[in-house]
Every structure is written in structure tokens, then in C-alpha cells.
Design a protein around this ligand. Structure first.
Ligand SMILES: [Zn+2]
Length: 383
């Protein structure tokens, strides 16, 4: 009946598995216990017979037998069933949720501090649980906890520290970020000393949006290490910005160099784009030639025509019926900023040319006037 694949699992005097979640909830857990909840918690076998709960339905005026459904464990991977309490819990929240949460800082209830047993409303409760802020925070804390444990495995000093009996372990995100900031200051200062000694350097800068949509500028520095006479390219910092203009970026570079302690008078700047960007600029300029601009515009709009499923299926059928061995399926989007995408969109169009023409010819005969007129106009423009 019990899942005894792990040899460390034993049953206690009450015949409940030692890793039943019912032994862990509603108390402060040690790191070892948190790891047990995340990785070793007992799961019933598919053949496990969950006990029935008799529920009286006032609507039907009769009693019903309801019980925990095994399939819920697959639908909600965070769910754990306690045979000890005949109740369900959220593993992440049992291990990491605070005792209170929500707008009025309410004491957390079922799935966290009490077993959930209302099987009639199980699905809606479980679906709602994943949307709660404290559950999301518990999932985040669990990921963070596992990451630290993984790092500790390859670092003997960290492992000893985490497994020691001391209470202060500096594993919460605030402490971790403070440690990372300290490492950053130490490394940055070492680089700054070497750059100032070199008395000649140049900067490498790129910008990209992070996952939160914030524009981040990465500032790197290129200089000669006078001790080893080796050329170095070192990363200095990510700096967020809202002004991505040339003036804004140049001010950001100079302000931050001064902030790091680097003397800008030794900056030897030669402004160059990277090769891919230069190539894109060349393509962009060529697109100002009206014949090329019109051609690219037509290719882009043709791709938009075949976005709709019914029209797309006509093109797909033409590709399938084609005697040429065509490897491409849909027409690609003509991206404004990536030159390689422009190249692919043109080369795919050329390969699919006959099929596109055939598909447009078929769509020209449709009853829907707007669509058939549009197809006819595009067919004339590419022939
Ligand atoms: Zn949860």
C-alpha cells in the first residue's frame, strides 16, 4: 500500500509513513525537514484506497460519498495527501509560507496550516491556490532554497555552514543580495585600480531589456594589465536606464565611470558598431531605395495575408502539392531590427514564390469580395 521505493522510509508506530505531510504542517521546520517536504514527501500508490467522506447534499436531499482523487496529484504537482489526517496540503506552503498573509494579514488555513478535506470543492480550491501571492512566494522561496543546497554540494565550506546548528545562515534573498553586492564592490575595486594604473582604456557597451522590461546597459572595460602586460576585457556593471539616446548613453557611461572611481581622462573612445549591427544599417539604408522598399513591403504584407487559418491552409496545400522539394512551411515575419530575419523572409519568399502565386490565384475566386480583391491585387503586384 505504501510507496516504499526509498529505503530510508519507515513506518512509525501508527503505520503512517514517516514522510507523511501530516507530520510536518503547522510548525517551524528545520532545513533538513524542508528538504524532506520538497523531495521526499510520501505519495500514495495509484492503488491506495482513499477513505470516503459522507457529504449531505441539501440540493438533492441525499448523502454522497466523496474522497480524495489520485489524479489531483498529477494535475497539481505541489499537492500532497496525508493518510494520517485524510487531508491535502501544499508542499511549498507547508515548508515556506509565513503563518499570516493577505490584505488583512489573516492566519493561513487549509492546505497550509490545516488539512484540506472539502473534496466537493477541491478543484476550484486547488486552482485558486496557485494564484495566491503567498503560494507564489513559497514557490520562489523553495526554488531559492534548492539552488543554495545545490551550490552547497560543490562547496564544502558552505555545506558545513548550512548544516551547522547555528540559527543565522544568511540564506534569505535580502542577505544573499547583500553578499552579492559585497562581492561586486570587491571585484569592481580591484578592476578600477588596474584600469587607473594602465592610464588608457576603452569601454564596451550594450543595452538590452531585462525580464521586467527595464532597459539595462552592460558596461565592460578593455585595458592592459601592467603587471602581466595582458589585454583584459572585464565586465563592470549593469546600469538601468530610461534614456537610450546617444547623449543619454554617453552621459550614463561617463557618470558611472566616475562613480566607480575610474578617471575618464584616460578614456580612448573610438565609436564603432558591431559587425551585425553595421550589416543591418547597410540593409536599412538600401531599404530607402524605393524599389527595394516597395518589394520588402509587399513581402511583409503577403506574409500577413497568410496569417489567417483558412488562407494559410490554401498555401500549405499548394506547398504540399508542389513538385519542387520545398523545405519551408510558412512565410516568415519581416523583422524591422534583425537583418538576418529580413534575409530569411526574402529567401523563403523566393522559394515559396510559385506556391504563393497559386494560393493567391485560388483565393481570387472566393466569394468574399474584400479577400478576393486583396489577393488579386497582391498577385498582380508580384507577377
Ligand atoms: Zn501553496
Amino acid at each position: 500500500m505504501w510507496n516504499n521505493t526509498d529505503n530510508t522510509e519507515t513506518e512509525n508506530e501508527h503505520n503512517f509513513n514517516n514522510f507523511d505531510i501530516g507530520f510536518y504542517f503547522n510548525r517551524s521546520l528545520t532545513d533538513v525537514e524542508k528538504e524532506e517536504v520538497l523531495k521526499k514527501i510520501w505519495k500514495p500508490e495509484p492503488t491506495f484506497e482513499f477513505p470516503n467522506t459522507v457529504i449531505f447534499s441539501s440540493k438533492d436531499k441525499r448523502s454522497k460519498n466523496l474522497k480524495f482523487q489520485y489524479r489531483w496529484l498529477h494535475t497539481f504537482p505541489w499537492l500532497a495527501y496525508s493518510a494520517k489526517l485524510d487531508g491535502a496540503f501544499c508542499t511549498f506552503c507547508v515548508a515556506f509560507a509565513k503563518s499570516r498573509a493577505g490584505i488583512n494579514s489573516q492566519i493561513l488555513g487549509t492546505l497550509v496550516r490545516k488539512p484540506f478535506q472539502n473534496w466537493k470543492h477541491a478543484m476550484e480550491t486547488f486552482k485558486n491556490h496557485v494564484t495566491l501571492q503567498y503560494h507564489k512566494q513559497s514557490v520562489f522561496d523553495a526554488d531559492h532554497f534548492i539552488d543554495i543546497k545545490k551550490t552547497a554540494r560543490g562547496n564544502a565550506s558552505l555545506k558545513i555552514h548550512l548544516e551547522s546548528s547555528c540559527n543565522i545562515k544568511y540564506t534569505i534573498p535580502i542577505s544573499q543580495n547583500a553578499i552579492i553586492d559585497s562581492c561586486n564592490s570587491i571585484l569592481l575595486n580591484k578592476i578600477v585600480v588596474r584600469v587607473n594604473e594602465a592610464k588608457c582604456f576603452t569601454v564596451l557597451v550594450d543595452e538590452t531589456a531585462d525580464i521586467a522590461g527595464l532597459e539595462q546597459v552592460s558596461i565592460c572595460i578593455r585595458y592592459i594589465d601592467l603587471k602581466s602586460y595582458e589585454l583584459h576585457e572585464d565586465f563592470l556593471q549593469f546600469v538601468p536606464t530610461i534614456d537610450a539616446s546617444g547623449k543619454g548613453i554617453s552621459r550614463l557611461i561617463l557618470d558611472n565611470l566616475r562613480k566607480f572611481g575610474i578617471d575618464p581622462q584616460y578614456l580612448r573612445a573610438l565609436y564603432v558598431h558591431c559587425s551585425a549591427h553595421s550589416s543591418n544599417l547597410a540593409v536599412s539604408v538600401s531599404c530607402n531605395v524605393f524599389q527595394i522598399r516597395n518589394c520588402m513591403g509587399t513581402i511583409g504584407k503577403l506574409r500577413d495575408i497568410f496569417v489567417f487559418p483558412k488562407r494559410k491552409s490554401v498555401l500549405s496545400k499548394a506547398i504540399e502539392m508542389s513538385e519542387n522539394n520545398i523545405s519551408k512551411k510558412p512565410l516568415k515575419r519581416n523583422c524591422e531590427t534583425r537583418w538576418i530575419e529580413r534575409y530569411h523572409s526574402v529567401s523563403d519568399f523566393l522559394e515559396l514564390f510559385e506556391c504563393v502565386e497559386e494560393a493567391l490565384e485560388e483565393i481570387c475566386e472566393w466569394d468574399h469580395t474584400d479577400t478576393s480583391n486583396q489577393a488579386s491585387a497582391f498577385r498582380n503586384s508580384i507577377l
